[in-house]
Design a protein around this ligand. Structure first.
Ligand SMILES: Cc1cc2nc3c(=O)[nH]c(=O)nc-3n(C[C@H](O)[C@H](O)[C@H](O)COP(=O)(O)OP(=O)(O)OC[C@H]3O[C@@H](n4cnc5c(N)ncnc54)[C@H](O)[C@@H]3O)c2cc1C
Ligand code: FES
Length: 296
């Protein structure tokens, strides 16, 4: 067993979680809340759960943890049905039992020195950004002013609302945000090519660029980027970070089998100081320094 696996011993649990709620949003998107106290107590932004969608469906499905309450013992997952597994999960109702393994993976690590973190989430990459923003607001309060930018071509899996928190760069017409973020004092803005009212028309990374371009040199020095989403969005985030000389952490959503470090089914090549190395996304990630994945 490698060092990575040792680190996770005693912190990854197999639990029979109980469905507390299952909400459906357009485009076969669902938010489910599960009673899973041990997972909730150890989950960190970037952690994921490996979920048995139905005993009859082979293989668990990896899903990022979107929110967790250690006090109330629940975790929330946001997922979009692609095929058979998540379709079964979406049919679970309150009171049903769902086996989960988690929390798995190394989380995002925010710098104490940077006061303007920029969180970029695309599609089913939005969940870890919500978790990270909530933790930043709870742990760092006024010391950090996170900005959450979310992109989706489907209607967002929440009801967007006009934001009262100002964001410089994209223009006044880009005014829709996420009510949950607004309620904790975190500014958010939305991007889509689908023409949703009040959203930036374009890719979420273009929205991010507009925000960065509007910042002063002093403000830019306070920014670090965190991103999760489809691969082209992660590549664009890494390129944005390079252009503005910013640190950037990305969360990969690779295909996975065991998700606990045993099968090497999720390995990716990363660049280290000693040259290329193979790393398992499940236990060595899923969060990596963008420069180690996307070399200049
Ligand atoms: C660390 C991590 C976090 C993720 N977080 C989320 C999330 O928060 N919300 C969300 O909607 N999706 C997330 N995904 C992607 C999600 O796991 C896949 O979309 C899901 O497994 C598809 O299952 P399905 O039953 O709907 O589709 P199926 O087509 O039935 O899946 C078939 C097989 O392919 C695998 N598979 C298909 N697409 C993917 C994929 N993109 N990544 C990994 N395996 C895949 C499945 O595990 C399964 O074995 C995450 C993936 C990873 C690795
Ligand atoms: S999925 Fe098996 S080692 Fe990562």
């Amino acid at each position: 067993m490698s060092g990575g696996d040792q680190e996770h011993r005693g912190t990854i649990f197999v639990d029979d979680a109980v469905v507390l709620s299952q909400e459906e949003y357009p485009g076969q998107q669902y938010v489910t809340r599960l009673h899973a106290p041990r997972c909730a107590a150890s989950a960190l932004p970037g952690s994921f759960a490996h979920v048995c969608c139905d005993p009859a469906v082979p293989m668990r499905r990896p899903l990022s943890i979107m929110r967790a309450s250690a006090e109330e013992g629940w975790i929330e997952l946001l997922y979009k049905v692609i095929g058979d597994g998540l379709r079964h999960l979406s049919s679970r109702r309150s009171g049903d039992s769902v086996s989960i393994i988690g929390p798995i993976g190394n989380p995002f690590v925010a710098s104490r020195k940077k006061s303007r973190p920029m969180l970029i989430g695309g599609g089913v990459g939005i969940p870890p950004m919500i978790f990270l923003a909530e933790r930043m607001a709870a742990d760092d309060g006024a010391a950090k002013q996170p900005l959450v930018l979310m992109g989706s071509e489907l209607p967002f899996p929440f009801q967007p609302e006009k934001s009262a928190l100002p964001v410089t760069g994209p223009g006044k017409q880009v005014n829709q945000g996420m009510p949950l973020m607004e309620s904790i004092g975190v500014a958010s803005r939305l991007a889509s090519l689908s023409g949703f009212s009040g959203c930036y028309k374009g890719f979420v990374t273009e929205l991010a660029r507009a925000c960065l371009q509007a910042m002063s040199t002093e403000e830019l020095a306070e920014v670090e980027i965190f991103a999760c989403g489809p691969e082209p969005m992660l590549a664009a985030s890494a390129s944005l970070a390079r252009d503005f000389d910013l640190a950037c952490q990305i969360c990969l959503e690779e295909f996975m089998a065991c998700a606990v470090g045993g099968c090497a089914g999720c390995t990716v090549e990363i660049q280290t100081e000693n040259g290329p190395a193979m790393k398992r996304v499940c236990v060595d990630g899923p969060v990596f320094d963008a420069r180690s994945i996307y070399a200049a």
